[in-house]
Design a protein around this ligand. Structure first.
Ligand SMILES: *Cc1c(COP(=O)(O)O)cnc(C)c1O
Length: 330
């Protein structure tokens, strides 16, 4: 497998919305999309997506992780962009059909099949800057991916940014392309200036998240992370880790905290980024106003590793799925 996201299954699931109705979806060979150059998405960024994984267990069957939750989040994103909202059943069926079609192409754990439903506004109207796209295309891409940690990934270094925002308030919890465009400049600048892997956005000192992952502080007996609000993306990995942590005697502390508290807590707490791609990735160092701070000893912490394993065991079929997080594809 190549780098994450560069290899694709040779089919996609696709459905079009036109004349105020979703057309019957189909599984089609992967090929370039044909679109009018005036398509709404090219000019006004009417686009949202999802990202989650399917695993193939030793019984040969695929399981999709938290599918109903990802479908619901995509509906929420679509609604916030005033795109046609796909019915839950339509999107669920498209994902399940595509996974069923490619079950034999799913590499065994810790590898998986990454699924990327994407919804774009296709209305050919460059006069519709202040109007919704009433035509749309919904497709699901599938990409076999390896284990994030197999390359011996070391700990991450984050630049703590206490002025700039990752994105705007109204799109903070929408999984939309424009958010990544907004975070890209600051992230590349942080890489160039400080050798940082990501930027931790903390506008006015409020610790939020990085460009594409949630941020958690973890000690031997508690987890601290920002409570759900409209400023950040509500990660399914974050939610899963918090639930598993609570069941394993960690105190789950969903509360706001500031940059100065964060620097103080760096002495006692591990830090991790949570997201579908890497599950839980350890953060070793923070850079703030040109000064470097280690999270505990700067190494990947034992609590981060323990919580990651608790979740991955469920995903890989090594521990019982007591929450009903997996959808079996037969
Ligand atoms: C997708 C995403 C996450 C992580 O969400 P998961 O459901 O855990 O994969 C976090 N932050 C942002 C900005 C994201 O786009």
């Amino acid at each position: 497998m190549g780098q994450f996201g560069t290899e694709f299954c040779d089919h996609i699931a696709i459905a079009r919305y036109e004349n105020e109705a979703w057309q019957t979806p189909s599984i089609e060979p992967l090929k370039p999309l044909e679109m009018h150059p005036a398509a709404h998405v090219f000019h006004y960024a009417s686009t949202c997506f999802e990202g989650f994984k399917a695993y193939r267990w030793s019984d040969g069957k695929a399981r999709i992780y938290r599918l109903p939750d990802h479908v619901a989040r995509m509906q929420k994103s679509a609604a916030s962009l005033r795109l046609p909202v796909p019915d839950a059943e339509l999107l669920t069926d498209m994902v399940v059909s595509l996974v069923a079609h490619h079950t034999d192409d799913i590499p065994l754990p810790p590898s998986s099949l990454y699924l990327r439903p994407t919804l774009i506004g296709t209305l050919p109207n460059i006069g519709a800057a202040a109007g919704p796209s009433t035509e749309a295309t919904l497709f699901v891409l599938a990409s076999p991916v390896g284990d994030y940690f197999s390359a011996g990934a070391s700990t991450l270094k984050l630049l703590v940014e206490d002025e700039q925002s990752r994105t705007t308030e109204q799109l903070g919890s929408t999984k939309t392309g424009g958010n990544y465009a907004a975070a890209l400049g600051p992230t590349l600048d942080a890489k160039e200036k400080y050798g940082a892997d990501q930027v931790l956005f903390c506008p006015n000192g409020d610790v939020q998240e990085t460009g594409a992952a949630n941020f958690l502080l973890i000690s031997d007996d508690e987890i601290i992370t920002k409570p759900l609000d409209s400023s950040f993306l509500h990660g399914m990995t974050r939610d899963s880790i918090l639930r598993l942590a609570a069941e394993n005697d960690y105190k789950v502390n969903e509360r706001n905290f500031t940059v100065s508290e964060l620097l103080e807590l760096s002495k006692t707490h591990e830090a991790a980024l949570s997201g579908t791609a890497a599950c839980l990735a350890p953060v070793g160092r923070l850079v703030y106003k040109g000064e470097e701070f280690k999270m505990r000893d700067g190494e990947a912490g034992p609590n981060t590793a323990k919580l990651r394993k608790l979740l991955q065991d469920v995903q890989y079929g090594l521990a019982p799925d007591t929450h009903g997080w997996l959808t079996e594809v037969s």
